[in-house]
Design a protein around this ligand. Sequence first.
Ligand SMILES: [Zn+2]
Length: 91
Amino acid sequence: MDAMSANDLDCVLDGNAAAGRLQEIFVLEITTAQIQCNACSFSGAVGSLRLYAGPMGAVLRCPHCEAILMRARHTPYGRRLGMTGTRCLRF
Ligand SMILES: [Zn+2]
């Protein structure tokens, strides 16, 4: 369960209201951002991850336990970024 619940918030808006905060994050340099592995708690720069690149996109694995931390790919339907193996990304 998340540490913050709906009862802890003053009001609930849709995701558009977070646009400013999200745009502050997604323009920053990604390779120096600190990423934490959800499987083994490794923490290091995104640039230190192991890249497995192919025609479908990129898979970035933890250098300590090989868990998949990020998947980035272009599809006919748009760009997709998966981060299910990531506990936290800090800029
Ligand atoms: Zn790991």
